[in-house]
Design a protein around this ligand. Structure first.
Ligand SMILES: *[C@@H]1O[C@H](CO)[C@@H](O)[C@H](O)[C@H]1NC(C)=O
Ligand SMILES: *[C@@H]1O[C@H](CO)[C@@H](O)[C@H](O)[C@H]1NC(C)=O
Ligand SMILES: *[C@@H]1O[C@H](CO)[C@@H](O)[C@H](O)[C@H]1NC(C)=O
Length: 333
């Protein structure tokens, strides 16, 4: 499909956090990259069961689980502990107040139900981070070389993970937008959170937002993004909509949701030489406006259903989850 550029492993790798962060660190959220992860960290993330590594909980809230089972017929659960990583994470939390994690590419937004509602992805202990990553499909994507390089002709040989801790702050999703750059032209901007907001539908505001983003891209991104001609970036506007900063970069590829566009439409816009197009939700009845639907519904259960104490296994977990899902479906009917 000509609407999309060809994918190569080198192209995909340019979007991992450690490639672009050094160039854009002053224009994005303060972050720390932890590269040397313990050898069994990936094994831990891949393992069944939702187990908290020993020593990773904060002392005040730690649950001491007495291991008094001497049932020898059961396979003993492998215990994990990452004291050095815990220490690095704690140091970072001390510096930033709270953090939200990300692996090479993805943020575990879909697993935010694990942490208290109202402060999504706000992690204040190493165990918060481990659980979020463990329960996220997005993070899981990064563990698999097959997924990360899907659609690429060659796959790189080695596969190591990096853990990124970003300074946590409350992001107002309504002011976030996704911007599409094709062959070095900024062609489209889409509202990111697909609910209806009055301010997005105001034509003066739309012009203002478009020119703020165009100017930012021209001065801050275009001269420094030399990896490729095609990319997508997420941008967060300040409250007064006069400035903003970068949240993330993503490949210009099918795996990146084009939101209110399709990649064919973006390609048509590029070819027709049209001016930068901003797409917004213009009515409460807009088919894409998901008024109350949680975005990652398949992976959401209420926080209460989750016990922070160690050792709940995934079967028990998914049963609780199914029941909650059934309940919420019945509630809607
Ligand atoms: C993840 O990041 C590490 C550390 O920078 C790097 O060595 C590795 O190649 C990356 N993996 C992928 C799949 O991008
Ligand atoms: C959004 O703006 C359009 C064009 O100005 C207008 O027709 C429409 O009624 C507005 N939508 C709402 C919900 O106010
Ligand atoms: C949830 O609903 C499905 C379909 O109605 C049913 O088969 C299943 O047993 C229910 N699961 C639980 C745990 O209630």
């Amino acid at each position: 499909m000509t609407a999309l550029p060809p994918l190569s492993a080198a192209y995909v790798l340019s979007f991992q956090f450690s490639s672009w962060y050094p160039r854009f660190s002053s224009k994005t959220i303060k972050s720390t990259i932890i590269k040397r992860l313990p050898p069994d960290f990936v094994e831990y993330l891949d393992s069944d069961g939702v187990i908290v590594p020993e020593g990773s909980e904060n002392l005040e809230s730690a649950t001491i689980v007495e291991d008094d089972s001497d049932d020898e017929t059961e396979e003993p659960e492998k215990r994990y502990s990452f004291p050095d990583l815990d220490a690095e994470i704690r140091q970072c939390i001390t510096e930033y107040g709270a953090v939200f994690p990300k692996l090479n590419f993805s943020s575990p937004k879909d697993a935010s139900w694990i942490l208290p509602a109202g402060s999504p992805l706000k992690c204040t202990s190493p165990s918060d981070i481990y659980l979020l990553l463990k329960c996220s499909d997005f993070a899981n994507h990064d563990l698999s070389k097959h997924h990360v390089f899907e659609g690429c002709e060659e796959h790189p040989e080695s596969y190591n993970l990096e853990l990124v801790l970003r300074k946590w702050y409350s992001i107002d999703r309504s002011r976030e937008c996704r911007c599409f750059v094709r062959k070095n032209s900024l062609i489209g901007i889409s509202q990111r959170d697909l609910n209806y907001y009055d301010f997005w539908n105001d034509s003066t505001t739309q012009e203002k937002i478009t020119s703020v983003i165009r100017a930012f891209w021209q001065t801050e991104i275009q001269p420094k993004w030399s990896f490729s001609e095609d990319y997508v970036f997420d941008f967060l506007l300040t409250r007064d909509l006069s400035r903003g900063h970068i949240i993330d970069f993503s490949p210009y590829a099918i795996r990146t949701d084009p939101l209110l566009f399709s990649y064919e439409e973006l390609w048509d816009l590029y070819q027709s030489g049209a001016h930068l197009v901003l797409r917004v939700i213009d009515s409460r009845a807009h088919p894409a406006a998901n008024m109350n639907a949680p975005i990652h519904q398949h992976n959401m259960i209420p926080f209460e259903a989750f016990s922070m104490s160690s050792g709940r296994d995934i079967n028990e977990f998914s049963k609780v989850w199914q029941e909650e899902l059934n309940k919420s479906i019945q509630d809607q009917e």
